[in-house]
Design a protein around this ligand. Structure first.
Ligand code: CMC
Length: 434
């Protein structure tokens, strides 16, 4: 971060007080105005619900230019990474800042494989949940409970423990997600297999059973790997900000990631891929698309086209392009080209992209629009979709958490408010209250 001589002068017209707020420049992107002295010098707070104009931290992990549809991790474009790296190489990059060389890659893959088992006691913890629980409810519980099983990596002031906790989370999330699915199906838990890649192992945990041999398909493993890469990090979104805020108080990493999972669950965030499928089912057939487009445009109707629009991208989401390609590869591999929901999705995409309402508001399909269709084709139930997003995003969350803890500017997060409640008043005796 560089502070230039430029500043913004703010004058309070009610009392004539004035302040020069310094401007900082990052490597790329808009400058930021440093308002840290605003309250002490001017007696006012800023008001920015939804943080649409607020930078909450500095970060060297991910860069997004929403107008241009650019997404970079540590300077590398997302399509370059999705094309040329596997998920664990991208995870290493996000966590450590550089792509691994051959020896580093082999060691990281081996380290992650060797942390993928869960303490056997965790399997009993699952048994406390109803079989029909929502998978995200189970994921929040199990990930939060990891702090009770791995005490030896909860000291956030010890860099070694922080790294062990980070490896454990990345390594165990496929097992946790796979077991969440198996539990919902009433099938036995499968144990991780070190001979597999990260994505092959995840497919094994999801789809293998003890009864017959299972070999993960290379096309589906590659597609899963790509989906994980595309969801690995996305800057200061709601769940990542939640992880940082939880971590800012000194909470342990497992609790922070559980908080991130809770935040991701919402339909405006990670729950959107599930909501896309629910919406496609509700639309049902191509001839009903105009009716739903009209609903989405109606200000008095809360309905929104799920999988369209993004807070930051006001251009085609670069992840959605790769996801669209992957989607076709998967459907080819599985021979389900005539899948009616895919046809419906493609027609919805075509109509929305030509409609003035969506064009003028720059509402393009986002990554969730296609990921839901891919998951469905792979045989993953809709209720599991957001759990897969959580699995992929864990590396981003934990990298951002590590970055926050080593930032000398880090403080406990404590936003202020505009109070609009009652003015001071006295408690009335019970018999006199109306
Ligand atoms: N369908 C219909 N209208 C929409 C939609 C939509 N999906 N998204 C935005 N709009 C309209 C909105 O009504 C508003 O219209 P007007 O200017 O006339 O009032 C305009 O577009 C701007 O919308 P906004 O609500 O100010 O935009 P936002 O940045 O607050 O919301 C969003 C972003 C993602 C929450 C929203 O687009 C949305 O709800 N999309 C559907 C849910 C979805 O797909 N979410 C996944 C996001 S990507 C995955 C992730 O990062 O988690």
């Amino acid at each position: 971060m560089t502070t230039n001589s430029e500043s913004v002068t703010l004058i309070n017209n009610s009392n004539g007080k004035q302040i020069d707020l310094p401007l900082h420049s990052g490597t790329m992107g808009p400058k930021v105005m440093d308002i840290r002295k605003l309250y002490s010098d001017m007696d006012v707070f800023t008001y920015d619900p939804g943080y649409t104009s607020t930078g909450s931290c500095k970060s060297a992990i991910t860069y997004i230019d929403g107008d241009e549809g650019v997404l970079l991790h540590r300077g590398y474009a997302i399509d370059d990474l999705a094309e040329n790296c596997n998920f664990l190489e991208v995870a290493y990059l996000i966590l450590k800042g550089e792509l691994p060389n051959a020896a580093e890659k082999a060691k990281f893959e081996s380290d992650i494989s060797h942390h993928s088992m869960l303490n056997e006691q965790v399997s009993f913890f699952y048994r406390g949940f109803r079989r029909d629980s929502h998978p995200m409810a189970v994921m929040c519980g199990v990930v939060g409970a990891l702090a009770a099983f791995y005490h030896d990596s909860t000291d956030i002031n010890d860099p070694h423990q922080r790294m062990i906790a980070s490896y454990r989370l990345i390594a165990k999330m496929p097992t946790i997600t796979g077991w969440t699915y198996k539990y919902s199906q009433g099938q036995p838990f499968m144990y991780p297999q070190n001979r597999y890649s990260y994505s092959e192992n995840f497919l094994h945990l999801m789809f293998a059973t003890p009864c017959e041999a299972f070999e993960p398909s290379p096309v589906l493993s590659r597609a899963m790997d790509r989906i994980l890469i595309l969801h690995a990090d996305h800057e200061q979104n709601a769940s990542t900000s939640t992880v940082r805020l939880a971590g800012s108080s000194g909470a342990n990493p497992f609790a922070c990631i559980a908080a991130g999972i809770a935040s991701l669950w919402g339909p405006a965030h990670g729950g959107a891929n599930e909501a896309v499928l629910t919406m496609l089912h509700e639309i049902g057939s191509v001839d009903r698309i105009p009716e739903f487009i009209a609903k989405a445009k109606d200000k008095d109707d809360p309905f929104r086209l799920m999988g369209f629009g993004h807070r930051v991208y006001k251009n085609y989401d670069p992840r959605a392009k790769i996801m669209q390609r992957t989607c076709h590869e998967v459907l080819d591999e599985l021979g389900v080209h005539d899948e009616p929901l895919l046809k419906l999705a493609m027609e919805l995409e075509r109509i929305a992209l030509e409609d003035e309402y969506f064009v003028s508001r720059k509402l393009f399909p986002n990554v969730d629009f296609y990921s839901g269709i891919i998951f469905r084709a792979m045989g993953i139930p809709t209720s599991m979709f957001t759990s897969l997003f959580a699995l992929a995003r864990t590396v981003g969350w934990i990298a951002q958490w590590n970055e926050m803890l080593t930032d000398p500017d880090q403080k406990i997060g404590r936003p202020r408010q505009l109070y609009v409640g009652a003015a001071p008043r006295k408690v009335q005796p019970l018999e006199q209250r109306g």
